[in-house]
Design a protein around this ligand. Sequence first.
Ligand code: ADP
Ligand code: MG
Length: 273
Amino acid sequence: MVAFRHVFKVYRVADTGVVALGGVDLEIDRGEFLAVVGPSGSGKSTILNLIGGLDTATAGEVEVDGVDLARLSDEELTRYRRDAVGFVWQGTARNLVPYLTLRENVRLPQAAGGQATWTGKRTDELLETVGLADRARHRPSQLSGGEQQRAAIAVALSNLPSVLLADEPTAELDSASAERVLAAFRDANREFRLTVVMVTHDLVAAGKADRVLRLRDGRLIHEGRPIERMDEEGRVRLPDQAVEALWGADLEAEVEGGEVRVRQRSERRPGRG
Ligand code: ADP
Ligand code: MG
């Protein structure tokens, strides 16, 4: 449903170029819930902006639903952003209109998209999906941060987008609120068979996704399923590729700065002994 083919994004700053993405290839299936993780500045938001049509690739192809976004006219791109994608941003202020009630916030994109056939019932169903049916007449300032983020999901779903993009949606929340926001993403993903791409710093949040994409310096460094917790005998399931590569070897593992380093049991450690 989303395909990146050797995508580069270079920002021109003064007379040098900042490489935000350095040749990214990826495929996202319809209905997939994907997490994108990586250090600050690694290109996570750039990936969302490209999928959302807010920015264009410097080289390579970004294809959504079989359409190469670079081929769209300005008008088509505006329609694409309005109808095909929903956004949930980190800062709640960017997601909701402060002087409108939740119900009005959810109806706003429908009005803009000319979806006259939409009924109030539908709006209430969306608020139901994110667990805010009883808050329909509240204004954003009358809600907690977590409730505002769930409201933002309802607004983003309002135009029935095919892909929901979220940039650090739980970053400003306590863990209980974050949990409920993540559950709302999952419900939306299941209920509407919606493709969700969520950028996050939070490894717990990433663990809720079907798949985690890891970025460093504008490149994909690892693509795999989240590792489930250890079983009683201390075993974890590794991706098939890792199992093939490591098969039969006598290894020990060490956790080093967010990565696991595997070495032959007999190998001498550099710089010691
Ligand atoms: P992340 O979301 O992972 O923190 P970004 O995708 O926002 O990273 O940015 C990737 C790199 O591109 C960073 O080095 C950032 O400074 C740079 N960058 C992002 N947006 C711009 C811009 N509009 N102009 C110049 N450089 C940018
Ligand atoms: Mg970012």
